[in-house]
Design a protein around this ligand. Sequence first.
Ligand code: HEC
Length: 157
Amino acid sequence: MSDTQPHDSRADASTTRKGHGARYLFVFLLGLVIGVLGVVMLMRSLESRKDWSDHYPDAAMRMMQAHSARMGEAIEANRCAATDILPHLQALRVVSNDLEPAFPDLRDDARFTEHARLLRATLDDALGSPPLNCESATATSENIGEACKACHQDFRG
Ligand code: HEC
């Protein structure tokens, strides 16, 4: 094929540059996707290497959070019979035994064990004279919330 047209080198250069631009963008986006996938895989493998003792503190706290929240919902819905409130108090009381074993680094800290003791004492009081209406259930729930907060103020980073 013979080239009869005068060669327009400027047009050539600009198409080449445009071609490179698209290729760079593609490589950049590919790199980004591979990078993101790499980070996700790394995080998943780190997560799967955790054992029960790594999850223990979080699990204990989430369990107490769940029962506090469900008790709050029962009160909101005006369901404050003993059968509505007691199971949550019992669950909270059982899990509150796990505070020291779940946080082995803190179990020798006198302030930590004192906060744990106070939460258990609050729950023991509530179980000893269970709330029978929403007013006393609200008061109980607030006392429990205070006990949670007291420890969090000192120990939750
Ligand atoms: C004796 C101390 C103590 C008491 C009492 C306590 N907590 Fe905690 N809680 C902690 C500590 C310490 C952390 C931070 C855990 C961490 O970062 O690993 C925490 C974290 C949490 C978290 C966040 C969990 C997470 O992994 O982000 C929730 C939710 C929580 N607590 C709920 C509660 C509830 C609800 C109560 C009361 C029924 C309560 N806690 C009572 C010490 C306590």
